[in-house]
Design a protein around this ligand. Structure first.
Ligand SMILES: NC(=O)c1ccc[n+]([C@@H]2O[C@H](COP(=O)([O-])OP(=O)(O)OC[C@H]3O[C@@H](n4cnc5c(N)ncnc54)[C@H](O)[C@@H]3O)[C@@H](O)[C@H]2O)c1
Length: 424
């Protein structure tokens, strides 16, 4: 049994904390946000992630998890704090540095510090370790430092924490091996141990791969529209090749990882990352392309009303961070469209809350239904109900997630992103 302090009780830190608590470690969860601590102490979990609340309650009742606003003396410190991107497209390591500094007074010989946040390569060795060495001890000799990034998928975090393979990097070999031993307590996937900088680069390379792959799909989609092919069919058939796996095009890339993490590589070598930067530019173009489709299709409509289906960055989640739908929504409002939003996964939408409404009110009087997230609910909508409510039977589907035959049979014109007119 070890004593473990987890700093940052968000989507990564809280599930990690309860996992360690569930296998018998004594875990102190630390967060600087008092409302999170208050909720947890009242038995409520602030993140929407299946299974986590039950595990938190069990661990807190058993006394294996306590929460507080500052670290305390422990054997292991795990940092899972945000690492956003600044306006200048560089990693903002402010929270990580503050969390590391808060650990220094409690650090003792033999302790292990693990960073889980996504960071630019070299951060653990060049920024985290020197902060911890303000303790007067040497990283890798007196205490141990490792980088253990997360690969979890929101919605399946608990299962993925256990089942995924992991890469762990130490500032010394011993640091990496100690972290591996710790995580083997609940990880069933294979854990590879490398140096910290390699592990950092692996994490960012994974998300950059997906970003570049989506950019390719988006570029093919724009080409498809131009030359008259259905890119969804092209990608489906190309992926039958045993070594091809192209992702789907869409209205842009969102979430707080895939669109942001590639900048962590760009900042290391602005001159040496043309492919990554081009991929970012292609993906950032997509919301503008969607706007062009909307303007083209509604040209001439007086006082146009648009209904947006889905505002999250992808289907079946409630997360709107970096969602291209929000960028599109802002511009659509500037263009003077009346807007209503229907999203069965989102209850709160800050400044756009008043536009969020139920299905029927959302489509009533609409000139265009613009689909921006592929929620499963959209596949089986009662189209005949919609047909009687809208002013114009027009759908722009940027995710290819509706039953187009059903919509067409009710008289709707379907404009599918990435689909040119093959028979023109
Ligand atoms: N969410 C994911 O699916 C995911 C997946 C892989 C990697 N990551 C990475 O993991 C890191 C954490 O992401 P997240 O989604 O859990 O973030 P989050 O915003 O959900 O949670 C982070 C928490 O850290 C707290 N915090 C900030 N500064 C602190 C400090 N000094 N001491 C203690 N707590 C502090 C915040 O109040 C917040 O509650 C990020 O680097 C992210 O890129 C996230």
């Amino acid at each position: 049994m070890k004593t473990i302090c987890v700093l940052g009780l968000g989507y990564v830190g809280l599930p990690t904390a309860v996992m360690f608590a569930s296998i018998g470690h004594r875990v102190t969860g630390v967060d600087t946000n008092h409302s999170i601590l208050k909720a947890l102490n009242n038995g409520r979990v602030h993140i929407s992630e299946p299974g986590v609340e039950a595990m938190v309650l069990t661990a807190m009742r058993a006394g294996n998890l306590v929460v507080r606003n500052a670290p305390c003396a422990c054997d292991v410190f795990i940092l899972a704090v945000p690492t956003p991107v600044t306006e200048e497209r560089r990693a903002d390591l402010g929270d990580m540095c503050a969390a590391a500094a808060s650990v220094v007074p409690y650090l003792k010989r033999g302790d292990l510090v693990v960073l889980e946040s996504t960071v630019p390569p070299e951060t653990t060795r060049s920024i985290l370790a020197p902060i911890l060495e303000r303790s007067g001890m040497k990283a890798g000799a007196d205490f141990y430092v490792a980088y253990a990034p997360e690969r979890v998928l929101p919605g399946s975090i608990l299962a993925e924490l256990v089942g995924n393979d992991r890469v762990i990097g130490g500032v010394t070999e011993q640091s990496g091996l100690l972290a591996k031993e710790l995580y083997e307590g609940f990880v069933k996937g294979r854990i590879s141990v490398v140096d910290a900088t390699t592990a950092e680069m692996v994490k960012v390379a994974e998300n950059t791969f997906r970003n570049v792959n989506v950019a390719l799909a988006n570029e093919l989609a724009l080409l498809g529209e131009k030359i008259g092919v259905d890119v969804w069919e092209v990608i489906r058939l190309a992926n039958k090749h045993p070594r091809v796996d192209i992702l789907n095009p869409g209205p842009g890339v969102g979430g707080h990882c895939i669109p942001l993490d590639p900048w962590f590589l760009v900042e290391k070598a602005p001159e040496g990352t043309p492919l990554i930067q081009t991929a970012q530019a292609v993906n950032q173009l997509m919301p503008f392309h969607v706007l062009e489709l909307l303007r083209r299709e509604t040209a001439g409509v007086e006082d146009p009303e648009v209904t947006i289906f889905g505002v999250t960055y992808k289907g079946n989640v409630d997360d709107v961070r970096e969602s291209p739908a929000l960028a599109i929504l802002r511009q659509v409002l500037k263009d003077g469209f009346g807007v209503r939003l229907f999203d069965p996964h989102v209850a709160n939408l800050a400044e756009f809350q008043a536009m969020l409404t139920d299905f029927e009110s959302a489509v009533c009087g609409s000139h265009c239904i613009l689909v921006l997230a592929d929620h499963k609910e959209f596949a089986n909508l009662d189209v005949s109900r919609v047909a009687g409510l809208v002013k114009k039977k027009l759908v722009i589907d940027t995710r290819n997630c509706l039953d187009h035959a059903a919509w067409r049979s009710c008289g709707f014109r379907i404009v599918l992103l990435g689909k040119g007119d093959q028979w023109r």
